[in-house]
Ligand binder design. Structure first.
Ligand code: PLP
Length: 465
C-alpha cells in the first residue's frame, strides 16, 4: 500500500521540548496515576493524544490578537469582535461566551430541561449526557445502526435515523421533548460526520413538531469538510458555505471552542432569537460571569474570534483529515482493527476486537491504553465500559455499551506526520503481542457522579485465568 502524506501547511516558529520517559518512569507513573490515563501527568508522556480539546497550537495571528484583548467587564470590544465573527461565519445574531463547552451545556440544559424530559440525539458526548442526567432527564440515541458497526464504511455514520427520531417523539410525546440535539461530528460514535441532507431532514421534523433544534457543534468545520468530500450535491460548495448551510438548519448551537475553533479555552452558545437569548442569560450570570465575557478573558475572546475564521481554511482541514487518515492507514497495514472510515479528529481503535479475550466488563479499552503507554509513552483514552456502562435501575446490573473503543485524538496543528508514524508503529507493536496481554482491570474507587466514571476512577490490574 502506498501511504499518502499530506505535508504540513505551516512551519514551526516556536518549539515545546518534550522528553521520553524510560520504562521505570512509565511504571511508576501508571501506579501513581491509579492506572487511569487521566491520572498521568504531562511530564510522564511523550505524545499526548488524550484529547484534541484545547490542546492545539494557535496561529501567529491569534497570538498577536491576544494583545488586543479588551478586559472591560461589560460590553468589551473583544466581545463585539467575537459577535462579528459568529455573525459572518455562522450566521447567528446572538452569542453567549462560556468558559468551555460543558458550561454552555449547563446553561442550555439547566434552563430548558425539567425532570422526566428526554432529548433525542444522534449520540450525546459524555459531558452532554451527564448534564442531561443531572437535570433528571435522559438522552435518547437515534443514530443510524451503521454507527455501531466498526467495519461499516457508511460515509455519514453520525446521521440520525429519522424513523427512530419520529418513533421517539411519538413514544414520549413532544411535551417531554424541549429540544432535539445533533452532535457534529459524532464524537462518541467515532468522530463520524452528519450529512447536510440528514440535518435538513431532522430540521424538517423539528419544525413540523415545533421542537427547537440544536447542534452540539464542537467539530462543525471538520463535519463541513467531510460533507464537501462525501456528499455529491455539496462538492461544488466551499467549506465555509457548507458550514453556513449546516447552521441554517438549526435554531441554536452549543460549542466547545477548544475543538474546531482553535483556542485553548472557551465555549459558546449561539442562537437566532432575542427570546431564546434572554431566556438563557440568568444562568450565565449565575455560573459564568457577565453575559459579554462568560468566564473568559477579553484576550480569549479575541483568539476565539480569529479561530472561528481560521477553522474553515481548506488547506488546514485537508491536512488535518489526511493526517488522521494516515494514522488509520498505518494501523490498517498492521492489521489493527479500528472504526472505519477514519474520523475527523481521532482514530478509534476497536478494543473489543483488539483484545477479544478480555471480557468487556474488565475494561479492555483501558487495558489497551495502559499497554500503549507502556510501549511508547503515548497517551490515548478508553471510551468503552468504564466511560459508558450504566446500572439498571431495577436489577442493579451493569449494562454495557455497544462499543468498546480506544481513542487516539489528534491535536490541531501540533504533531508532525513523523510523530504520527511513531504512534502508528507503536500501536502495531502492541498488536503483535496482544495475545500475551492477559489481565483485566477492576475499579477500586468510583466517583459518586453518574456518567463521569472514567475521569476520576481508580483502577487496578488483576490477572485473567
Ligand atoms: C468536548 C466536547 C464537549 C464538552 O466541551 P468542553 O469544552 O470539554 O467542556 C461537548 N460536546 C462535544 C461533542 C465535545 O467534543
Amino acid at each position: 500500500m502506498v501511504r499518502k502524506i499530506q505535508p504540513e501547511p505551516f512551519r514551526i516558529k516556536m518549539v515545546e521540548p518534550v522528553t521520553v520517559p524510560d520504562q521505570a518512569q512509565r511504571e511508576d507513573a501508571l501506579r501513581k496515576g491509579h492506572f487511569n490515563m487521566f491520572g498521568l501527568t504531562s511530564r510522564d508522556i511523550y505524545i499526548d493524544l488524550l484529547t484534541d480539546s484545547g490542546t492545539g497550537a494557535m496561529s501567529k495571528q491569534q497570538w498577536a490578537a491576544l494583545m488586543r484583548g479588551d478586559e472591560a467587564y461589560a460590553g468589551a470590544d473583544s466581545f463585539f469582535a467575537l459577535k462579528d465573527s459568529v455573525r459572518e461565519v455562522l450566521g447567528f445574531e446572538y452569542v453567549i461566551p462560556t468558559h468551555q463547552g460543558r458550561a454552555a451545556e449547563n446553561i442550555v440544559f439547566g434552563t430548558l430541561l425539567k425532570k422526566g424530559d428526554i432529548v433525542p440525539f444522534n449520540m450525546p458526548f459524555d459531558t452532554t449526557r451527564a448534564h442531561i442526567f443531572n437535570m433528571g432527564a435522559d438522552p435518547v440515541d437515534c443514530v443510524v445502526d451503521d454507527a455501531f458497526d466498526p467495519s461499516s464504511d457508511h460515509p455519514f455514520k453520525g446521521d440520525v435515523d429519522i424513523g427512530k427520531l419520529e418513533d421517539t417523539i411519538r413514544n414520549y410525546g413532544k411535551d417531554r421533548i424541549p429540544l432535539i440535539m445533533v452532535t457534529v461530528t459524532n464524537n462518541s460514535g467515532g468522530g463520524q460526520p452528519v450529512s447536510l441532507g440528514n440535518l435538513r431532514s431532522v430540521s424538517a421534523v423539528a419544525k413540523r413538531e415545533g421542537i427547537p433544534f440544536f447542534l452540539d457543534a464542537a467539530r462543525m468545520a471538520e463535519n463541513a469538510y467531510f460533507i464537501k468530500a462525501r456528499e455529491k450535491e455539496c462538492a461544488g460548495m466551499s467549506v465555509a458555505q457548507i458550514l453556513r448551510a449546516m447552521m441554517d438548519c438549526v435554531d441554536a448551537i452549543t460549542v466547545s471552542c477548544k475543538k474546531d475553533p482553535l483556542v485553548n479555552i472557551g465555549g459558546m452558545i449561539c442562537c437566532r432569537t432575542e427570546d431564546m437569548y434572554q431566556k438563557l442569560l440568568p444562568r450565565v450570570i449565575l455560573y459564568e460571569g457577565f453575559v459579554t465575557y462568560g468566564g473568559l478573558a477579553g484576550r480569549d475572546l479575541e483568539a476565539l474570534a480569529l479561530g472561528l475564521r481560521e477553522m474553515t481554511d481548506e488547506q488546514y482541514l485537508a491536512h488535518r483529515v489526511a493526517q488522521v487518515a494516515y494514522l488509520g492507514d498505518i494501523l490498517e497495514e498492521g492489521g489493527v482493527p479500528y472504526v472505519k472510515p477514519a474520523g475527523g479528529h481521532a482514530i478509534f481503535i476497536d478494543a473489543a476486537a483488539f483484545l477479544p479475550h478480555i471480557p468487556q466488563k474488565h475494561y479492555p479499552a483501558d487495558v489497551l491504553g495502559i499497554e500503549i503507554y507502556r510501549e511508547a509513552a503515548i497517551r490515548g483514552i478508553g471510551l468503552g465500559a468504564l466511560a459508558f456502562a450504566t446500572e439498571d435501575e431495577k436489577s442493579g446490573e451493569m449494562m454495557l455499551p455497544r462499543l468498546e473503543l480506544f481513542r487516539l485524538a489528534i491535536n490541531r496543528r501540533t504533531y508532525t506526520n513523523s510523530h504520527i508514524e511513531y504512534v502508528g508503529e507503536s500501536v502495531v507493536n502492541v498488536f503483535k503481542r496482544k495475545d500475551s496481554i492477559r489481565y483485566g482491570l477492576k475499579v477500586t474507587y468510583a466517583p459518586p457522579v453518574k456518567g463521569l466514571h472514567h475521569f476520576l476512577a481508580h483502577l487496578e490490574p488483576f490477572d485473567l485465568k
